[in-house]
Ligand binder design. Structure first.
Ligand SMILES: [Zn+2]
Length: 445
């Protein structure tokens, strides 16, 4: 039995069923699980002080492309809309291999951890030069992050009327075969699981109807979740109407892509009937506000989704379209954008933080994460509010209204992954030096 006692937090925002906020309280962690929360707890194990700190559940990231951490701020992709941006980046990504996948994933995961994230999904949909989903799973295991990798795919290349170059697409039989391999090798459905695999054909404009349907059938057969990009911008809607004769919501429904085991990234352009469809079927949404701003895609109707009962979580999206990977900054951006669209009372800081924590956990089918209460996993973010970012603040809502944007401590499954603002589980200097060697190689061509 191993215990850690987190002591004397200024405030614990539990995000439990009653959304309790506790002052001057402790959290007792035992064997990766929260054993108790309250004042005056005792333990024989080590203690970590949370004095001067706000404590929240670890944040949950529901959409990312970790490999893109090697293609930030690429000239030619900086000011383009979605389709033009993709066409600039595809040839660069085609030169990636296993090492690029591993190192960029480690970099992206460390960045997420420092911004309070304890559970992340990843969407890897291209496998050039021997790269495999295994490369990113190894990175998550190395840093100790709870990980939901998805086996993405592209199968319709340029010569078949799709967007990606032919060199980046795979045969659909090979995609399904490798999907079965990675589920059988890595998917752990148990409570407290550190790795759950999902299936994620990239988008309606890069795979066939058949693959969408086959992936849904395979996912139901294996008991894994489904993920893709949907209704991201006006070009995306126009493509759906021209190619399939319907809107994205209809396309998803026809192919088995609705339900509590499905979550779609972006959904910026969902209309009222699509929002109602998602609410009725409990289909989840990964809201990626910074990426949507960066690519000029629009403001997702998150207020309307939440009011209708659609499960919504947050995603930083890939670092080629954000270009940061800071999840707590994403929560702030969520709040700000809903206010731009709907007025200053449209979303509180507390609601945005709820979406970033238990909201994301629910989207990923993880009721064991995203809230701090006895019996839940010990995924905990500790934010120092004595520094310049939040000096002078009156309320823990300052976390999103002011700062900080990096954690002091972070626990995943009770293991301390960040201590005093530094990642403890990997050699960060080595990772950054590998990352910079690889990006120089890519720039050199
Ligand atoms: Zn994406």
């Amino acid at each position: 039995m191993s215990e850690i006692l987190l002591k004397h937090a200024d405030c614990i925002l539990t995000m439990d069923g009653e959304r309790r906020e506790l002052s001057g309280a402790d959290i007792l962690i035992r064997d990766g699980v929260i054993a108790a929360i309250g004042p005056g707890l005792v333990s024989d194990g080590p203690a970590v002080s949370a004095k001067g700190c706000v404590v929240t559940p670890g944040l949950v990231n529901t959409h990312h492309h970790l490999y893109q951490s090697l293609t930030r701020a690429v000239p030619g992709g900086q000011d383009a809309l979605l389709f033009g941006w993709l066409q600039t980046l595809y040839p660069i990504w085609a030169r990636f291999g296993p090492e690029e996948m591993y190192v960029s994933a480690l970099t992206g995961l460390a960045e997420l951890a420092l911004s309070g994230c304890t559970l992340t999904s990843d969407h890897l949909y291209l496998y050039p030069n021997g790269a495999r989903l295994d490369d990113t799973i190894a990175a998550a295991a190395a840093i100790g992050m709870r990980f939901h990798p998805t086996r993405g795919a592209m199968s319709i290349g340029e010569s078949d009327g799709g967007l990606p170059p032919d060199a980046l697409v795979e045969r659909e039989a090979a995609i399904l075969k490798d999907s079965i391999r990675v589920i059988d090798a890595f998917h752990d459905p148990s409570e407290g699981s550190m790795c759950r695999v999902g299936l994620a054909p990239c988008s309606p404009f890069s795979v066939s109807r058949d693959l969408m349907r086959d992936a849904a059938l395979l996912a139901r057969d294996k008991g894994v979740m489904l993920h893709t990009h949907l209704a991201e911008n006006d070009e995306d809607i126009a493509y759906s109407q021209a190619k399939f004769g319907c809107r994205p919501g209809q396309y998803a429904e026809d192919l088995g892509w609705t339900g509590p085991d499905v979550w779609h990234a972006h959904c910026v352009k969902l209309d009222t009937s699509e929002i109602n469809l998602f609410a009725r079927t409990r289909t989840g949404v990964a809201h990626c506000p910074c990426s949507n701003c960066r690519l000029g895609s629009g403001i997702a109707p998150v207020r309307a989704m939440r009011d209708a009962g659609v499960p919504v979580g947050l995603g930083v999206d890939g670092s080629a379209s954000n270009d940061a990977g800071n999840l707590v900054a994403e929560a702030r951006q969520t709040m700000l954008l809903q206010r731009v669209a709907n007025g200053a009372d449209a979303m509180s800081a507390r609601e945005a933080l709820e979406i970033a924590t238990r909201g994301g956990a629910d989207v990923l089918g993880r009721p064991d994460c995203g809230r701090l209460e006895p019996g839940k996993r010990a995924d905990i973010a500790v934010w120092d509010v004595t520094g310049i970012d939040s000096a002078g603040s009156w309320d823990p809502a300052a976390l999103l209204l002011a700062g900080p944007t990096r954690v002091k401590h972070l626990f995943v499954e009770g293991r301390q992954v960040v201590a005093d603002g530094c990642v403890t589980t990997i050699d960060m200097a080595r990772v950054l030096s590998d990352q910079s060697r690889l990006v120089r190689k890519l720039i050199a061509g």
